[in-house]
Design a protein around this ligand. Structure first.
Ligand SMILES: [Zn+2]
Ligand SMILES: [Zn+2]
Ligand SMILES: [Zn+2]
Length: 544
């Protein structure tokens, strides 16, 4: 591919049937960061035209704002002065009044995905307003609007009104919505005059818009730029201070709500949010659910919980033991043992605040509650009992979550300690339907004590055999604390799905059988040949 001078993060085409084009701009930009998985960027979005570009050049003088750079609907740059900072600045810029091209040719210099949208033809809101409100603003901490580029404040008020009507697609709390700074030209030195302008702007918003304001934007501030009588540096210094202050406030809110994302997290969410927006402009974008893509709780999760609840009832386990068992299984599932975590000193908090993505209550309600409600209902029959048990589980989970966080403890260790504490009750429970270590999967290996364990738990609770990356040894059963000695082999992470397909019955089926027998001879009797395949199919040859 040719060398690429595109700075566009998003492109759109087609007026009636819109398509969203996006390349690898975000991934490319964050490669300039020192450690993208532990740097937490602030996204500042600049909206306007000429005045916007002048301001960006003055505000970020060490950045390269070449005219030859090829831009799009939303462009993305990294402020080069902050590449090593814990909180780098990512600069988005866009022009809300730019026309949408009918057709866009694919670039030859970089890979680009084109997503046709699934939006209704007749829509209440314009394409550009929809994309800002439901996609771009999902990730913005600060939005800077240059009133001069929009013929003054009344036009700015109209833009804000239309974004309020689009509403926000974010599932995150209202406090972390973007903070808007309206940048207007100074007409008078009078403070009263500036105040009146902001009041006028508020008055021009209708009652319904005022209610929606807090759902869409965390704050709206008016800031006046000094006239040409002073140097550009002095003119924009104050604006930079305001932008950085608002970015700091936005970060504090994100820390408080536990939704401060690293550059790597944002990269994954952006890609998913683009796909989500292309397919729906009515459904909210659920950050928690999207953080679990590839590891969703499947329909069988409820069955595994029921298997445990039935065993718990049969062996008269106390409610405390049951709650502790379920909560630590959720902690281990939701906060994977090797999950990254960082602590920051926050100016207004004496304690350090740690980033262990997502608050336990929000996480439980978004992902687990529905499964537990149904499982409790099956076990206890009544809705109010199920609601009460869910509430109690949520409380235990919050306490365990705090323990993991304050002690910076691994969630697997918390699980192991919890199981040990209750091992005298848990040792009686036996099932080959559910791995009681995690309550997520069916077990694959049976230990000498009679308890069974799945491949994933074998890796979590076992230790890797030296020189054999897919072999793990377990010395102690986590459920009954008994000494065991089991070596289990798991499928290597690099292996794809292994499918055995036998075509034809009768004599045609005999030939592949002979192949399988020869294969078994080569690998020896310790490993049954059928265990080498994840799925087997046969035409007229029966099934495995
Ligand atoms: Zn390119
Ligand atoms: Zn397991
Ligand atoms: Zn055991």
């Amino acid at each position: 591919m040719n060398s690429c001078d595109h700075i566009s993060w998003l492109q759109i085409s087609g007026r009636e049937e819109t398509s969203i084009h996006h390349g690898d701009r975000f991934a490319k930009v964050i490669t300039q960061l020192t450690t993208a998985q532990s740097q937490y960027p602030s996204l500042i979005c600049f909206l306007g035209r000429k005045q916007k570009m002048t301001a960006m050049r003055e505000l970020f003088p060490y950045n390269n704002f070449k005219r030859s750079h090829r831009g799009g609907f939303v462009n993305l740059r990294l402020d080069s002065a902050t590449t090593e900072s814990d909180f780098p600045l990512l600069l988005l810029d866009s022009d809300p009044l730019s026309p949408i091209p009918h057709l866009l040719h694919s670039p030859t210099c970089h890979q680009e995905d084109v997503l046709p949208t699934n939006w209704p033809r007749k829509r209440e809101h314009s394409t550009i307003d929809t994309l800002y409100g439901r996609l771009v603003f999902l990730f913005c901490d600060v939005i800077c609007l240059f009133a001069e580029d929009f013929d003054g404040l009344p036009q700015v008020a109209r833009l804000i009104q239309s974004w309020l009507r689009v509403r926000s697609a974010s599932s995150l709390p209202g406090k972390v919505r973007p903070r808007v700074i309206i940048v207007a030209k100074e007409e008078t030195d009078s403070v009263t005059h500036s105040f009146l302008d902001l009041e006028d702007l508020r008055l021009s918003l209708q009652q319904e818009d005022i209610v929606r304001r807090n759902e869409v934007f965390a704050s709206i501030t008016l800031m006046r730029l000094a006239g040409d009588q002073i140097s550009p540096l002095a003119r924009f210094r104050r604006l930079k201070e305001v932008i950085l202050l608002e970015a700091d406030r936005a970060r504090e809110m994100r820390l408080e709500e536990r939704v401060l994302f690293s550059a790597k997290h944002i990269q994954c969410f952006l890609r998913q949010a683009i796909q989500h927006t292309a397919s729906s402009i009515t459904e909210p974008f659920d950050f928690i659910a999207h953080s679990r893509l590839g590891n969703e709780l499947r329909h069988d999760y409820e069955t595994h919980v029921c298997v445990f609840l039935n065993l718990a009832r049969r062996y008269f386990l106390s409610m405390t033991t049951v709650n502790r068992f379920l909560a630590s299984s959720i902690v281990m599932d939701a906060y994977p043992p090797r999950m990254h975590s960082r602590h920051f000193a926050c100016p207004d908090h004496i304690l350090l605040i740690s980033i262990t993505v997502f608050d336990s209550q929000r996480l439980f309600r978004s992902l687990y509650r529905q499964h537990y409600f149904r499982a409790f209902k099956k076990a206890f029959e009544f809705d109010d009992q199920a609601v009460r048990r869910c509430f109690m589980l949520e409380e235990t989970l919050a306490a365990q979550f705090r323990a993991v966080e304050t002690n910076m403890q691994s969630s697997a260790l918390l699980r192991a300690e919890g199981l040990k504490l209750d091992s005298k009750y848990l040792k009686q429970l036996r099932t080959h339907l559910t791995c009681l270590n995690c309550l997520r999967r069916r077990p694959e290996h049976v230990l000498s004590c009679g308890h069974a364990i799945c491949d994933i738990c074998l890796q979590i609770f076992g230790s890797n055999l030296e020189g054999q990356e897919s072999c793990f040894r377990v010395n102690e059963c986590a459920i009954c604390s008994q000494e065991v000695s089991v070596i289990g082999r798991v499928k290597p992470v690099t292996a794809g799905p292994r499918i055995l397909s036998i075509d034809g019955g009768g004599t045609r089926g005999v030939v592949p059988l002979e192949f399988l027998r020869l294969l078994q001879n080569v690998i020896g009797p310790a490993l049954p040949v059928q265990d080498l395949f994840d799925q087997a199919f046969g035409t007229s040859s029966g099934k495995r």
